[in-house]
Write a protein that binds this ligand. Structure first.
Ligand code: AMP
Length: 282
């Protein structure tokens, strides 16, 4: 695997590959890699000649300074994981490389309307503008054929699809299924921050979603959400921030069931001090 930290150097390298007709797959991450990330690398490898992974803990998408500071950083073991996954290129820029002095690109230039105000947007205002800014910059640098994102971050995937439709219509955005631990907890870099008792309790989030799926036909949308809140309230460690049932394509809230409702439940909850999100078709 070739490792780059400078924009000019990786651009030059990829320009040459592209000029020879190579398809470039891109997997942006914030590191602390786990099998969920590796699954994206594998899908990219199966569809492209060159797979590029980036590791960059993007400060502009954090709305809470302490969350940014405590975000796990494990570059050396990440490199081992990427080498084992046969990733071709790693891009690991410093903050000043991505956000140089006098940079004209700003968070405020992105507007996703309602899509950025619901769910995560309500609890992390400005978060998606920061995500869009960094993905926009990375897309300019990498100029991939396809880019791979996890459905685990369902709203983020919708935001990136919209940003790409407007600015990068030639890049294929590929949504990839959520990889879970054996007990059902969605894999996340943040899981490493859970204490052992919090880790055990965290499984209730995916259990709540499975329960909703089972009970969907018997309850109204409101009652289904209410029973999910009650289910999570059984744990003193879990504090849900939201449980929303939304339309799978535009993320608009579903208020009553209709035939063919393509409903997705999205949950954000604090488990101790760690904020986790997950979602599932129900
Ligand atoms: P992150 O490093 O958390 O920013 O995630 C980088 C990419 O990996 C994003 O597209 C995530 O949606 C995706 N991802 C994170 N966790 C998982 C998972 N458990 N399964 C599949 N993809 C994931």
């Amino acid at each position: 695997m070739i490792v780059f930290s400078k924009v000019d150097e990786i651009s030059l390298f990829l320009d040459e590959k592209r000029s020879k007709g190579a398809k470039i797959g891109f997997v942006p991450t914030m590191g602390a890699l786990h099998p969920g990330h590796v699954s994206l690398i594998q899908i990219s490898k199966s569809e492209n000649e060159i797979t590029v992974c980036s590791i960059f803990v993007n400060p502009t998408q954090f709305t809470d300074q302490s969350d940014l500071e405590k975000y796990p950083r494990t570059l050396e073991s990440d490199k081992i994981i990427l080498n084992e996954a046969l990733c071709d290129v790693l891009f690991v820029p410093e903050v000043k490389e991505m956000y140089p002095f006098g940079d004209p690109m700003k968070k405020e230039d992105y507007n996703f309307g309602e899509l950025e105000n619901v769910m995560e947007g309500k609890f992390r205002p400005g978060h998606f503008k920061g995500v869009a800014l960094v993905v926009d910059k990375l897309f300019r640098i990498i100029n991939p054929t396809s880019a791979y994102f996890g459905e685990k971050d369902f709203q983020q995937l919708a935001i990136i699809r919209q940003m790409s439709r407007e600015r990068y219509s030639s890049i294929d955005i590929i949504g990839c299924e959520t990889i879970r631990e054996k007990d059902g907890l969605a894999m996340s870099s943040r899981n490493t921050l859970l204490s052992s008792v919090e880790r055990k309790e965290a499984v209730l989030i995916s259990e709540a979603m499975h329960k909703m799926k089972r009970e969907k036909n018997e309850l109204s949308v409101d009652d289904l959400k209410k029973t999910a809140y009650e289910f999570l309230a059984k744990s003193e460690y879990i504090k849900p921030e939201y449980i929303e049932i939304v339309n799978f394509s535009d993320l608009k809230p579903i208020t009553h069931w209709e035939e063919n409702s393509q409903a997705r439940v999205c949950i954000a909850a604090r488990v101790g001090n760690v904020r986790l999100i997950d979602n599932m078709f129900i």
